[in-house]
Design a protein around this ligand. Structure first.
Ligand SMILES: Cc1cc2nc3c(=O)[nH]c(=O)nc-3n(C[C@H](O)[C@H](O)[C@H](O)COP(=O)(O)OP(=O)(O)OC[C@H]3O[C@@H](n4cnc5c(N)ncnc54)[C@H](O)[C@@H]3O)c2cc1C
Length: 372
């Protein structure tokens, strides 16, 4: 059989995983990236291997997260030793993946932007196209679903701040808003090779009705308030933001194009993280092309992610109903800080707790074992 030619659009986690896996499986791979690999990354760089399929990152690793701080009203410490969560330097990690893909035989072409017109040509030229161009994907521009990402995307704003974060150490901090509105985060990255200490400080709102009221400039204003409230002093060295698409699309194949990563809408609906799911869906696309393709590609992606998405969806629906007091007690439960929860609260919420017991158990097993 002649070697299949595939074109990967975008050199983020999804595209690099697809290129690397494709080359290893003997496909002829060209990856087109509009920037340089590792440039212009919009991310807080917390790498959570939610399905336990990837393991410890082999490059760009800053530290294994041992503890997180979870706050609604009070602050709780969450033991993360058994959770596969690392802080990484994504730029370094992605450059290393590109090197590996190159060594495996993939061609990596930088500063090559794919437009709607070139996409049409590529469809004719290649057997398969893996669209991992993020949001909005090039495919969405051609097939007219660009709006999907805005409708089902969490809006975010983030600063990269240079300063002294030694008080937080190697802990990630999450401050949750009631009614599933969103959260803000402070993710310290530690020191880089030049001794510079930075942290990613951001805020994100989920695509609920309440969240939508907070969009636009207000997001940046709120982020500035976060800096003040958290007494973060330092130099802002980068301002970034964008959409995290938190609803997986039903249709992931358009002719010979396969959508993966953010282009497929596969960031977590619970927290917006999507590095891991981008990676595994990119890998899956390459495997699907190289295999017998017995099942539909969309079906295969859903099969991989369905259980995790189901649990996360249910937790979102629960979070949607929680005011600040109740959410605070739930944060205590997650942190297993039962002393902070009064017996009266248990009595009042016993029906809600029992109603969500199954989801709670699956969430815990997903978190600790990757088994959703
Ligand atoms: C503020 C913020 C913070 C986040 N923090 C986290 C986090 O801490 N942990 C986590 O797991 N997830 C996080 N996410 C989500 C995560 O960044 C994404 O889910 C992940 O990057 C998706 O990977 P991807 O490869 O699908 O897309 P991307 O990483 O967006 O990569 C797409 C690539 O395609 C290229 N490209 C785009 N258009 C074209 C084109 N026309 N032609 C050629 N190339 C093109 C881009 O330059 C880019 O390199 C965050 C998201 C945001 C917005």
């Amino acid at each position: 059989m002649p070697q299949q030619r595939i074109c990967v659009i975008g050199g983020g986690p999804a595209g690099l995983a697809a290129a690397l896996e494709g080359a290893r499986l003997g496909l002829k791979v060209d990856l087109l990236e509009r920037n340089r690999i590792g440039a212009n990354i919009r991310c807080a760089e917390g790498f959570y291997d939610s399905l336990r399929l990837l393991g410890k990152p082999r490059a760009g690793l800053r530290f294994k997260v041992q503890e997180a701080v979870l706050k609604v009203q009070r602050e709780y410490k969450v033991d993360c030793r058994k959770i596969d969560l690392w802080m990484i330097d994504r730029s370094e990690w992605q450059r290393s993946l590109a090197d590996q893909a190159w060594e495996a035989g993939a061609r990596i072409l930088e500063n090559m932007r794919v437009t709607v017109d070139t996409l049409r040509d590529l469809q004719r030229e290649y057997d398969w196209i893996i669209d991992s161009s993020g949001v909005p994907s090039v495919t969405s521009l051609l097939y007219g679903f660009r709006d999907y990402y805005r409708r089902y995307g969490a809006v975010t704003a983030q600063y990269v701040v240079e300063g002294d974060f030694s008080k937080l150490g190697e802990r990630l901090k999450f401050v949750l808003f009631p009614y599933y509105a969103g959260y803000y985060w402070i993710f310290p990255k530690g020191r880089d090779a030049t001794g510079r200490e930075t942290a990613n400080v951001g805020i994100g709102y989920f695509p609920s009705k309440r969240g939508r009221e907070k969009r636009g400039d207000i997001l940046w204003e709120e982020l500035n308030n976060v800096l003040e409230r958290e007494k973060i002093e330092g130099k802002i060295i980068r301002r970034l933001g964008g959409l995290a698409p938190v609803k997986l699309r039903e249709q992931l194949r358009y002719g010979n194009i396969l959508l993966v990563g953010d282009a497929a809408g596969c960031a977590s609906p619970l927290h917006g993280g999507g590095i891991d799911t981008a990676y595994v869906t990119g890998q899956l696309a390459a495997r699907w092309i190289a295999s017998s393709r017995e099942y539909d590609f969309s079906h295969e992606v859903w099969r991989l992610l369905r259980r995790k998405l189901e649990v996360e969806e249910r937790l979102c629906r629960l979070w949607e109903r929680l005011d600040a007091d109740t959410l605070d007690h739930f944060a205590g439960l997650i942190a297993r800080d039962y002393r902070s929860i009064g017996i009266g609260w248990f009595a009042t919420h016993i029906r809600m707790l029992l109603g969500n017991l199954g989801t709670g158990i699956r969430f815990r097993s997903g978190l600790l074992k990757g088994k959703w």
